[in-house]
Ligand binder design. Structure first.
Ligand code: ADE
Ligand code: ZN
Length: 429
């Protein structure tokens, strides 16, 4: 039963029966009034309890079984709490989640600049450069975000044409980096790794070097702690451009406060990871850390190849589980996965989101991190990504803390930054 279905259902439940709904409070989310924030299985149990089908004791037993199955390791073991419904019949749900949660220092390690151009940012960039955009907001918004009907990553990637066209000049690039950082800061991000492919910003004659310089100028305009990742592109005939990006990454590489790594983005199903051995051999030779989009639109073999190249992290990696030995490898070697749930839902990286392997990965000890991928294209924010996981899968505050600590470990930054982030996370939870 989905949350929407449950909301509809509960409206028609007799007030006298609502006391039974105390069972919903077992183990779920932050303190809320008249608002449910639970996974679909638990909503089913709540309904069965209200209908008199199962007792509260049985609900508790099934919930414990549910968590035990998904979280066999002690670290994730669920401890149930029980909250009574106040007499005024307002529904109240409490669990292990304090009021400090408001200032969570979110970390986004996987965020594309061209996927972060929201309607307001697009209008500012267009005005700055005298570019005409559709006057109607709804029409423009539709051009800047993915349609619900999206069937694949290939289709998803078509949405990037318009935002890219607004970032073909030095001022367009500088200002976009600045505005995206400010937006992310406003959404609670404490540390951001922003990625872009310099070669996608050369349509009007800029060189890749000018593009990187323009982005670095933008970086200085915001006080949000941000590092840059330079993307190579999956394509044919752009070998020279990809190699140039590697050479520039070598030239610009710093431990923090600028270019910190490289990546491979684009259509994974059309251009297999194996075709990009040369640039990543160079990156390895130069000691440039890299992550690679893999196991998103292609299978576990793609993740395997990325790790063979020497990737330190994997972008998405949702399909890693298709190969048990590979899954064991990434657990043993603590290879971080940059997971992006709503993007994965929209690109149909998994055909059925109820099978999204978030619990499986967490329970087995995979180093999962949660990210936005393309906040404007996906119409998301980092807080919405966590909320989605809470609603759909019953992910808890304790899980969220673990994923943020994972992101700190995985970040391409220096030890001092990691220590400061860890301290902020510890005090938030
Ligand atoms: N570029 C922007 N978003 C991407 C994604 N999810 N996969 C590959 N390339 C991308
Ligand atoms: Zn991505």
């Amino acid at each position: 039963m989905t949350k929407q279905e449950f909301d509809k259902y509960i409206k028609n439940v007799d007030e006298s029966k609502k006391e039974l709904a105390a069972s919903w409070a077992i183990g779920i989310g932050l303190q809320q009034v008249d608002r449910l924030n639970v996974s679909e299985y638990l909503l089913d149990l709540a309904k069965r309890n209200i209908e008199g089908e199962i007792s509260i004791a049985e609900v508790k037993r099934l919930i414990d079984e549910y968590y035990d199955k998904r979280c066999p390791s002690r670290k994730y073991r669920y401890r149930s709490t029980y909250t009574r419904i106040p007499n005024d019949s307002k529904l109240c749900y409490t669990r292990l989640r304090g009021t400090k949660m408001k200032n969570i220092p979110y970390i986004d390690l996987h965020c594309h600049l061209d996927g972060s151009i929201t309607l307001d940012i697009a209008r500012k960039l267009a005005a700055l450069q005298n570019i005409e955009l559709p006057a109607d907001d709804a029409e423009l918004e539709a051009k800047l975000s993915v349609p619900e009907s999206c069937e694949s990553l290939n289709e998803f990637l078509e949405c990037f044409a318009l935002p890219c066209s607004l970032m073909q000049t030095i001022e367009g690039i500088t200002e976009s980096v600045h505005l995206v950082q400010e937006k992310m800061k406003g959404q609670g991000i404490a540390y951001l790794e922003l990625r872009f492919a310099p070669q996608k910003h050369c349509d009007k004659g800029l060189t890749q070097k000018q593009v990187i310089d323009a982005a670095l100028a933008g970086l200085k305009m915001s006080d949000l702690h941000t590092n840059l990742i330079l993307c190579l592109m999956r394509d044919k005939g752009n070998e020279k451009e990809n190699m140039e990006t590697i050479e520039l990454a070598k030239e610009y590489l710093v431990k923090d406060g600028g270019v910190v790594a490289v990546d491979l983005a684009g259509a994974e199903a059309l251009f297999p990871t194996a075709d990009f051995a040369s640039p990543f051999a160079k990156a390895k030779e130069y000691g440039i850390p890299f992550t690679i989009h893999a196991g998103e639109a292609d299978g576990a073999g793609s993740v395997h190849t990325a790790l063979d190249f020497g990737a330190k992290r994997i972008g998405h990696g949702v399909r890693t589980k298709e190969d048990t030995a590979l899954l064991e490898y990434i657990i043993k070697n603590q290879i971080p996965l940059e997971m992006c749930p709503n993007s994965n839902r929209q690109t149909k990286s998994v055909d059925d989101m109820s099978k999204y392997p978030i619990w499986e990965y967490l329970a087995k000890g995979v180093k999962v991190t949660i990210n936005t991928d393309d906040p404007a294209i996906c119409r998301t924010t980092i807080a919405k990504e966590f909320k989605y996981l809470e609603d759909k899968f019953g992910i808890t505050a304790a899980d969220e803390k673990i994923m943020l600590l994972n992101a700190t470990d995985a970040a391409f930054t220096d030890a001092a930054t990691k220590a400061a982030l860890k301290k902020a996370i510890e005090s938030a939870f």
